[in-house]
Design a protein. Structure first.
Length: 451
């Protein structure tokens, strides 16, 4: 049960930023593709030429933008709606088939006439899709199909291949402005096409950013921080230095040999400075994390010391249901010593009929739901007895579940002597939350204790 719930947490509480970027990328692809298809289908050839957005994007390319865009927009419903899953699968296979047929037209000389279904003006001859764009659509379609099959690693590899192709094309187009023969024609695709394909490939990567090696880049860890700082520099610096080198050679400041030496040395020096700066920042973050970790341990020790002496029975357990804390009041309620029950299952404290209700409470907490005190039948020292139990989830500062604590009090009949003196459990409305290194604890109102 717990393993099933833990596998479901990522799906039930997805990263909002990642899915928002994927949907935005998909919307951009849909809008761009529809605008271009509308231009090719209704405008005459004399008007299409001056319109850069229409003339620079092949009709088949625009169709591919729409297919990829809808695939990304529907990705959030892929696993919850069978109809959406079927539509997503058809769209993603269509993207790969479009790229494959376009490659066949280029390499085998076929004339399938796909663009003629869109362009009705005989004078408007769109030609063929650029080879790099056709290859990019084939790889994107394959990546999306693997995303449907939940094969995260090969999906990310193919999406990164598309990112690489588009970056190569953009760099080649930039260098071609300075040196016309800087890049061969097969590497060139229209700038707008390359930019949209780049954004779509990043959208595919963000659609499953919490898995495989992309999880390292997007994770809230020192490694993720380092990757997010170094990756942009490792991409931008060589491109900028290459442009400066070509500009210097064109101006006659130095020849090709000296330009190559200056390019290599400048790249080494700048990357070394960035790595040194990044290492210094990571060292500072690590030291702060150590201080924060010590403060958390002290706070938890204080919390456990307080819970040890409260009037209500309190017991804590990990995500596998093994008891890790048992206070004095719990020893009196259950009639056992703490050293006898620690590391055993919490379900040994409950009547068989209450096990399902206890698992429901646990699942509600793990998926972020709110749940107030519940009545459970516990195996107390007086026999099976109905008790009021409130369960609190303890999370680390990244929001990952760590452990749970339950506060239990017997539900006594109001006519019984001494029942009026029982202290009821408080409503589930407060919690101790460690938000920052400067403010260690405050009430969060979420019903979850974070550390």
């Amino acid at each position: 049960m717990l393993k099933t719930l833990q596998r479901s947490i990522t799906f039930l509480t997805p990263s909002g930023t990642a899915h928002s970027f994927s949907r935005s990328a998909g919307l951009l692809g849909i809008i761009t593709g529809l605008a271009v298809l509308l231009g090719w289908s209704i405008l005459p050839a004399s008007v299409i030429g001056p319109l850069g957005l229409v003339s620079q994007i092949h009709p088949n390319t625009a169709l591919g933008f729409i297919l990829v865009g809808f695939s990304l927009r529907l990705a959030q419903y892929d696993r919850v709606n069978p109809s959406a899953h079927t539509v997503c699968k058809l769209l993603r296979l269509s993207v790969g088939l479009l790229g494959l047929l376009s490659l066949a037209e280029i390499w085998l000389g076929w004339n399938l006439g796909i663009s003629r279904l869109i362009v009705h003006d005989p004078a408007a001859i769109p030609g063929r899709m650029p080879p790099t764009a056709a290859l990019a659509f084939f790889l994107l379609g394959s990546a999306l199909a693997l995303l449907t099959a939940r094969r995260s690693l090969p999906c990310q590899i193919l999406a990164l291949a598309v990112t690489t192709i588009t970056v190569i094309s953009l760099v080649a187009c930039s260098y071609a402005l300075l040196v016309p023969q800087a890049a061969p024609d097969p590497l060139i695709m229209p700038v707008i096409t390359a930019l949209v394909l780049l954004i779509l490939s990043l959208g595919v990567l963000r659609a499953n950013a919490n898995r495989s090696f992309m999880a390292v880049v997007t994770g809230d860890t020192e490694g993720g921080t380092m990757a997010r700082r170094l990756l942009p520099a490792s991409i931008a610096i060589p491109i900028v230095l290459g442009l400066l080198r070509l500009k210097g050679q064109e101006a006659g400041w130095f020849g090709p040999a000296l330009g190559l030496v200056l390019h290599v040395v400048a790249t080494m020096l700048i990357l070394a400075l960035i790595i040194w700066w990044n290492a210094a920042e990571l060292d500072r973050i690590t030291q702060e994390n150590h201080r924060f970790g010590y403060a958390v341990k002290d706070t938890r020790s204080t919390m456990l010391e307080i819970l040890q002496h409260v009037n209500n029975a309190v017991y804590g357990y990990d995500l596998q249901g093994r008891l890790i804390f048992f206070n004095t009041a719990a020893e009196r309620l259950f009639g056992v010593r703490a050293d006898e029950v620690l590391r055993t299952s919490i379900y040994a404290l409950m009547a068989p009929g209450s096990a399902a209700a206890a698992r429901l409470i646990l699942s509600n907490r793990l998926i972020g739901g709110k749940d107030g005190p519940r009545g459970l039948v516990l195996c107390t020292a007086a026999g099976e007895q109905e008790c009021e139990v409130m369960t609190i989830l303890v999370s680390d500062r990244n929001g990952s579940p760590v452990e749970l604590f339950s506060v239990a009090a017997p539900l006594l009949d109001a006519t019984m002597p001494g029942s009026a003196h029982r202290q009821p459990l408080p409503p589930d409305h407060g919690s101790v939350t460690i938000r920052s290194r400067d403010q260690l604890a405050r009430t969060s109102g979420e019903g979850v204790v974070s550390r």
